[in-house]
Design a binder for this molecule. Structure first.
Ligand code: NAI
Length: 304
């Protein structure tokens, strides 16, 4: 976090005003890193309760950042938190919020129809120069932007959870993303403290295209009875140096999320063997064993 912060304060970006749509897990993180890098943020959600909760959690997270970065200067830390918070406005009206944005980052529900409706509405009212980006994990950027006129000013900005901690940003170039848009997105990513990589609009981009099939292969291995869950996880931690085993990671991400991504890809690419449905995964999800958040997945957890 300290590294992100010091990087971001030194960088400049052509983007000054950003609108983040969706104030959930990802949207609130994107709003936080943008505000702490000096950008004016409007955070939008349909629900005022979600916005109030987001503001509270952003305040708490900024407090933690301040404690680290301004260890010996608590007053400067307080100023940093207050100034960053003051840069975040909230709204329940996406169209009004897009009118003053240089960049709109969408982080709403992972549903093509809902995203289409939102972007169509925004395209009609946002200024000419405004760039639109989606934080989608599993949908196609080209398909999302098919409903807007500004296809050259559209791309993917794919963050990782938790946004303030994870240092990577995947910058996704759609078929019609212009060089200028791509360059602006890369510069903005650096300005908010992320290391950016570039990827074409392919399923899962880089990280999830590798990670989801890897997790699925671990589930299949366990399903066949080739090894116990604990041994599969120990093997990958001690043998491959991964910080978490694949089944622990699946529980952490949520088995419903894993299934949702896999099913989406399978429907689109039915011949790809890595994307085939997994009976054990479907069974666990149907039983409500969704992983850490449900108290049980491949392992049992104390319910929070
Ligand atoms: P979330 O469920 O925590 O938040 C989504 C928010 O969007 C909710 O607060 C909901 O009220 C709001 N919303 C829904 N429709 C809306 C609309 N039309 N206008 C305004 N607000 C609306 O979801 P989360 O996890 O933050 O995911 C959001 C997006 O980010 C999805 O596209 C997901 O694929 C992507 N993503 C998620 C990651 C994760 O680890 N959860 C990682 C990277 C990307």
């Amino acid at each position: 976090i300290a590294r992100n912060f010091s990087n971001s304060s030194a960088m400049q970006s052509a983007i000054k005003n950003i609108t983040v749509i969706g104030g959930g897990l990802m949207g609130s993180g994107i709003a936080q890193v943008s505000a702490q890098a000096g950008q004016n943020v409007t955070l939008v959600d349909l629900s005022p309760e979600v916005l109030a909760k987001s503001q509270k959690s952003i305040g708490a997270n900024l407090g933690r950042v301040a404690k680290k970065v301004y260890k010996d200067k608590p007053q400067e830390g307080e100023k940093f938190v207050a100034e960053s918070m003051a840069r975040i406005k909230t709204s329940t009206d996406p169209a009004a919020a897009a009118k003053s944005a240089d960049l709109v980052v969408e982080a709403i529900v992972e549903n093509m129809g809902v995203k289409h409706k939102l972007f169509q509405q925004l395209d009609a009212v946002a200024p000419e120069h405004t760039i639109f980006a989606s934080n989608t994990s599993s949908l196609s950027i080209n398909e999302i932007c098919s409903v807007v006129k500004r296809k050259d000013r559209f791309g993917g900005l794919h963050f990782f959870n938790p946004v303030p901690v994870m240092r990577l940003l995947e910058v996704v170039r759609g078929a019609e993303t212009s060089d200028a848009t791509y360059k602006t997105m890369m510069e903005w990513g650096k300005a908010v403290g992320k290391t950016c990589i570039t990827c074409k609009d392919t399923p899962g981009f880089v990280v999830n295209r590798l990670l989801v099939p890897y997790i699925c292969e671990a589930i299949r291995l366990y399903e066949r009875g080739d090894a116990s869950a604990r041994d599969i996880d120990t093997a990958m931690k001690l043998g491959a140096g991964y910080p978490m085993g694949p089944l622990e990671l699946a529980d952490y991400v949520g088995l419903d999320t894993n299934k949702f991504i896999l099913d989406g890809w399978h429907n689109k690419y039915p011949d790809q063997p890595l994307f085939k449905p997994i009976p054990l995964l479907n069974k666990l999800v149907s039983e409500g064993k969704l992983g850490v958040k449900a108290g049980e997945g491949f392992y049992k957890y104390e319910k929070k």
